[in-house]
Design a binder for this molecule. Structure first.
Ligand code: DGJ
Length: 744
């Protein structure tokens, strides 16, 4: 049993092969945190690890003990007693008080992992994969229960946490803050890494030191997880690198407003917490009702950031993503958005799709513009086909695309409505907007009130009607407007603090309904690209359009940054035209593919505009991707050289048996007579010899310990050729190369 309860010390030890997490009851009955880190040998008590120094000018809840919550490391700290740091939760009672006192009541330990009602979460397929601990705490006065839920996986350095409140009392209370977890670390020698950005420059790693004191925080209040901040944070030790050292990861399995914060006190301890953003959150918990908070997936490693990422890749890919496409190589697709925008006809689409069929594409995706009276300011909310563009209906087009031997996929944006639409005219109350106030529009659209179940059902029914009799294989689910002036006409004034959370629960409900109806559908989530790219979404859609920026050089950064917390299979990556529509940059067709291979690969252009030579190249690219997609999308991924720190960016994937690997190298700008570079590879077998590009043979040990560049350069001297000293045999701005390694 990887969770032991020591009755005498009243301590819990959660452990697996790599990780230990120790919790114990404090003298006031609250739960204290004793240890989180590398696996420790079990013992009856670890209480000696808790520092219990008495300190002047602190308040003491139990006069007979010299004990203040201000200096106790806690599991789920409360507000307003003797702890003046951030609280993990706050509850307003009918008398106006926020003071609570949850003390240990009971616990249970069981094999497996519970499903979280209405929420995405990691799961097990076999109960033996994980063990769960539920500790029930009770506030006697309110007869309110707080369940602290922990699951430790057997073969992974992963612990998941969440909490649930159950109101067994007579009084209605208001949950004003419910964090999913709190971890009190005994020191502050951490770098905090967040993944920040904006539209088209998502998930750039930003490092902030926690040394010193005060609050470090990121959040979203947009109604979706956002491209500004991602609900994934790493705390790493100062000397931790990609390949070595300690780090802790926290990934919130949630797609709405969130908060992640570290509160470092003046005694050098770090309090980390993460969960639903408490701003504008107020949940009315009536007698007999429960509130379940979303889950946080925690990973601990001593082996560097690549190891931490690898654990997330494996868990998110295999135990968060679900369904038919979870472990299946993804089809090579062609999307018409950058080729046509909303301006197309049945014939123009078939012409684009035909060229796709010729080069070996497998799936054609019809993007925005096929429904309602769709323009940039109208149509959203009206999910019936626009017969002006598609006179033979969706079926007419789908049949022609199928006749080309392609599968068919379609774009939807179900959470939105344009003021110019039949839906808004008929049901203005279906949109989120504050009575008698100005309503801001984003992209000429408004967000539908998905906290109202009737709205979710209305959109579902419309979509089902439109898709009747059509064979669909893929749905791109877009979301292009943040929530503003949030107010639900459906809920009363006392429930408005629940709307943001209920909105995202409505999104999850529509996903569930669609998945139930189309169990083999490949869903790709999207929110103006990567504005809702989080672990919660992966539970419903195993891949996401991770950025609207399709420029190859920008994409190196975005995919590199995304890989810290998310697997390669979780993002779409497409080759698009040049000059690139977002960046205006011209990059070689080769490099555009060399970047897009590392994702769910496709094209986002009218291939008819390419020259015959380029079409031959595209055919080769599609063939290459089909040959290696299983390795790329489901192998072990390693970051080798950061585009923010080096002129040569690089990453690689290795097959599970370590017999095959691909290394992608990208020259960001040309470099003349440059210095030597050692590109040390990762994850190979030291004892195996690898043929590189079907040519030279190197030892796995050499490739990992010495590196790839000098060996390749030595074997192919170029010193008498112009230009001189090409790094990695690359030449010119934006050149790139994929090395194929095969064990002998
Ligand atoms: C935003 C998406 O990110 C694009 O790929 C495209 O689908 C447009 N929306 C369509 O409106």
């Amino acid at each position: 049993m990887p969770i032991i309860y020591h009755e005498t010390s009243r301590e819990f030890h959660l452990f697996n092969g790599t990780t230990s997490y120790v919790i114990g009851e404090l003298v006031n009955g609250h739960m204290g945190q004793i240890y989180y880190g590398k696996r420790l040998r079990d013992r009856e008590s670890f209480a000696h690890l808790l520092e219990t120094t008495s300190r002047p000018i602190s308040s003491d809840p139990l006069t007979e003990h010299c004990f203040s919550m201000e200096f106790a490391k806690q599991e789920y700290p409360c507000f307003g007693t003797t702890d003046y740091r951030e609280a993990a939760y706050e509850i307003q009672q009918t008398n106006g008080s926020h003071i609570t006192d949850f003390v240990y009541e009971s616990h249970k330990i069981y094999e497996g992992k519970p499903v979280l009602q209405d929420l995405p979460a990691s799961y097990v397929e076999d109960a033996a994969e994980a063990t769960t601990l539920e500790i029930t705490m009770k506030d006697q006065l309110l007869n309110l229960k707080l369940i602290l839920i922990y699951t430790i996986y057997e073969g992974r350095p992963v612990i998941t946490r969440s909490v649930r409140f159950e109101n067994e009392g007579q009084e209605t209370v208001r949950l004003e803050k419910v964090m999913s977890l709190n971890v009190d670390f005994p020191d502050n020698k951490f770098d905090w890494i967040q993944f920040s950005g904006a539209w088209a420059r998502e998930r750039t790693p930003v490092v902030r030191s926690l040394e010193g004191s005060g609050v470090t925080a990121i959040e979203s209040m947009r109604g979706h997880s956002s491209s500004q901040q991602n609900p994934f944070v790493i705390l790493k030790r100062k000397n931790t690198t990609e390949f070595d050292g300690e780090a802790f990861g926290f990934s919130l399995v949630y797609s709405g407003n969130f908060l992640a914060m570290a509160d470092v006190d003046t005694f050098n301890t770090t309090r980390f917490m993460m969960g639903i953003n408490p701003r504008n959150f107020s949940w009315k918990l009536e007698p007999g009702c429960q509130f379940q908070a979303p889950e946080v997936i925690m990973v601990h490693t001593k082996d560097g950031l690549n190891a931490l990422s690898g654990s997330y890749h494996s868990l998110l890919q295999n135990r968060v993503a679900r369904g038919y496409w979870r472990n299946r190589p993804r089809p090579v697709l062609l999307n018409n958005w950058e080729a046509t925008g909303m301006e197309f006809t049945e014939d123009s689409i078939v012409e684009i799709a035909s060229k796709g069929a010729e080069v070996g594409v497998e799936l054609f995706v019809l993007d925005d513009g096929w429904f309602g009276v769709r323009t940039e300011e109208s149509g959203l909310g009206d999910w019936y086909v626009d017969k002006r563009k598609l006179p033979n209906g969706l079926k007419g087009l789908v049949d022609r695309v199928h006749d080309l031997g392609l599968r068919f996929g379609i774009w939807i944006e179900p959470e939105m409505v344009n003021p110019k639409s039949d839906l808004f005219e008929k049901h203005p109350e279906y949109a989120l907007m504050t009575p008698d106030r100005r309503k801001s529009l984003g992209r000429n659209q408004m967000v539908l009130d998905f906290s109202n179940p009737a709205v979710v059902d209305c959109i579902y029914d419309q979509l089902m009607e439109s898709f009747q009799g059509i064979e669909l294989d893929y749905i791109k689910w877009d979301m292009n407007c943040s929530i503003s002036e949030c107010y639900s006409p459906y809920w009363g004034p006392d429930r408005q603090g629940e709307v943001y959370h209920r909105y995202i629960l409505g999104v999850y409900r529509l996903y569930e309904k669609m998945i139930e109806r189309f169990p083999n559908m490949l869903f790709e989530s999207c929110a103006s690209g990567g504005c809702r790219f989080d672990a919660g979404m992966l539970y419903y859609a195993p891949q996401a359009w991770c950025s609207d920026d399709t420029d190859a050089i920008e994409r190196i950064h975005i995919q590199y940054g995304s890989s810290y917390g998310y697997p390669i299979s979780s993002w779409g990556a497409h080759v698009s035209e040049v000059p690139n529509q977002q960046a205006g940059r011209i990059t070689p067709l080769k490099t555009r593919a060399n970047v897009a291979y590392f994702g769910a690969f496709g094209y986002e252009m009218d291939l008819n505009e390419l020259s015959p030579e380029e079409i031959e190249t595209v055919k080769e690219q599609v063939k290459f991707m089909k040959q290696y997609r299983e390795l790329i999308q489901f192998g072990s991924f390693y970051r080798l050289s950061s585009p923010w720190e080096s002129n040569i960016a690089s990453w690689m994937v290795v097959s599970p048996d370590k017999k095959e690997a691909l290394v992608g190298v990208y020259l960001l700008k040309t470099d003349v007579n440059c210095g030597f570079t050692q590109l040390k590879l990762q994850g190979l077998a030291s004892e195996l010899d690898y043929k590189v590009d079907g040519d030279l043979v190197f030892g796995g040990d050499e490739l990992m310990e010495y590196g790839l560049i000098p060996l390749i350069a030595a074997a192919h001297p170029k010193q008498n050729e112009y230009p001189y000293s090409r790094p990695m045999d690359l030449c010119g701005d934006f050149d790139s190369k994929i090395f194929v390694l095969k064990a002998e």
